[in-house]
Design a protein around this ligand. Structure first.
Ligand SMILES: *[C@@H]1O[C@H](CO)[C@@H](O)[C@H](O)[C@H]1NC(C)=O
Ligand SMILES: *[C@@H]1O[C@H](CO)[C@@H](O)[C@H](O)[C@H]1NC(C)=O
Length: 389
């Protein structure tokens, strides 16, 4: 029922919708037919989230802490974007190393990145382990860590062809995440998949000699805990944009729009929704924003979506009859239409529609088909306020 409500709310002007809904409602009474409609509706909803099929996720996996932290930075508990300027681009993808080599060599399978995605930044995240005791008396406090892109030695005719991507001094005794920019390499891999031979990390003393990697160590996928695995993080943009309505700060705007409405707790959205259905007949309140909770568990998507568990899309409902106050945020066109309607000058002119006039984006943190964790932003998913149009 949830999905139907969602698509109808989007398609139809609420004041005109209810009689039509009554007619079409009978359509869903037969069990088989309603199942057909249900799967068609869920397929359409997947398309809204940019997918053909729900990703296949086997068993329970722990998403990287970095991705969880990133999600919590850009999104509030409902998944609504806190500040549209926090994230450059609209997709962040994380990949674990596929090589699991003894050497400090890494390879990432980027087959899940769409061809339409523009790579803005790519980062190699390595977890530096505590150095071994033998190093305690070393006279050097820093080591130089360089990340190279491995090149096809057949093409360049040298034994160990590689290209320097990033190099930095790191305190010998530090532990924790180190991040290296490897954007150039990832862009070249995106252009030619076959050229992806991986990354190689070299640690040198300040004197320039290559140090024993048993002394200065990075966690590897093979020997260390999942939470310390080498990771590639891609910030990309797939060009989806329709943010004309998007305003400055969603939270400010939501707070403002609440001022014009009957107070209604966001937390009580589920109860509010069922009440709402009960009151369908004779609903004659002015145009306002009401809760509409989209529950991913109810839809059957809780297996692959990490966060949020659902979100409040809100919906707009109510009458737009004359006189339209400023709190109805009417367009001039809507004001005139409501006047013509009230004067009954012309037959068949309805009151204007109560529709979203400000929309916000939400964020989804999910597992893709290859079990990489992805953060994606979707525009125009939450009605920020309603108005008569
Ligand atoms: C990358 O992953 C895809 C999907 O899992 C797989 O079909 C492909 O063979 C992988 N490529 C490499 C080079 O391992
Ligand atoms: C590659 O190196 C070998 C030996 O150094 C040389 O004989 C050969 O001509 C080189 N090939 C190319 C394409 O440069």
């Amino acid at each position: 029922m949830l999905v139907f409500a969602l698509s109808f709310a989007a398609l139809l002007c609420v004041t005109a919708a209810w009689p039509a809904l009554g007619g079409q409602g009978n359509h869903f009474t037969s069990e088989g037919e309603s199942e057909v409609v249900r799967s068609a509706a869920i397929k359409r909803l997947l398309e809204v989230f940019g997918m053909e099929d729900p990703p296949a996720v086997h068993g329970h996996k722990q998403p990287p802490q970095y991705m969880l932290d990133l999600y919590n930075t850009v999104a509030d508990v409902d998944g609504v974007t806190k500040d549209p300027n926090l994230l450059e681009g609209n997709i962040v993808r994380s990949f674990f190393d596929k090589l699991r080599s003894e050497q400090v060599e890494f390879k990432f399978n980027l087959s899940m990145v769409a061809r339409t995605e523009k790579v803005l930044t790519a980062e190699l995240h390595l977890f530096k382990l505590r150095p071994q005791a033998s190093l305690t008396f070393s006279r050097h406090h820093f080591c130089q860590v360089s990340v190279y892109q491995l090149l096809d030695s057949g093409k360049t005719n040298s034994t160990q062809a590689k290209k320097l991507l990033s190099s930095r001094l790191i305190p010998v005794h530090s532990t924790g995440w180190e991040v290296f920019t490897v954007t150039q390499a990832v862009r070249s891999w995106m252009a030619d998949e076959g050229s992806n031979l991986g990354l190689h990390v070299v640690v040198r003393t300040l004197g320039g000699s290559q140090t024993d990697l048993k002394v200065i160590r990075f966690a590897s996928g093979r020997h260390h805990h999942l939470s310390k695995q080498p990771m590639l993080v891609l910030f990309t943009d797939d060009g989806r944009r329709s943010a004309e309505l998007e305003s400055t700060n969603p939270h400010e705007a939501i707070a403002n729009s609440f001022l014009h409405q009957t107070p209604m707790s966001v937390k009580s959205s589920r109860t509010a929704r069922s009440l709402d259905y009960g009151e369908e007949e004779g609903w004659s309140k002015p145009c306002q924003r009401l809760p509409l909770y989209v529950d991913f568990e109810e839809i059957g998507w809780s297996g692959w979506i990490v966060s949020p568990r659902g979100y409040n899309a809100y919906h707009c409902k109510g009458s737009c009859s004359f006189p339209l106050g400023q709190n109805m945020r009417p367009t001039n066109h809507a004001t005139v239409q409501s006047i013509i309607n009230a004067l009954k000058l012309i037959r068949g002119i309805e009151t204007p529609c109560c529709v979203p006039d400000k929309l916000f984006s939400i964020n989804l943190l999910y597992f893709d088909d290859d079990e990489n964790v992805v953060l994606k932003q979707y525009n125009d998913m939450v009605a920020g306020s309603c108005g008569c149009h």
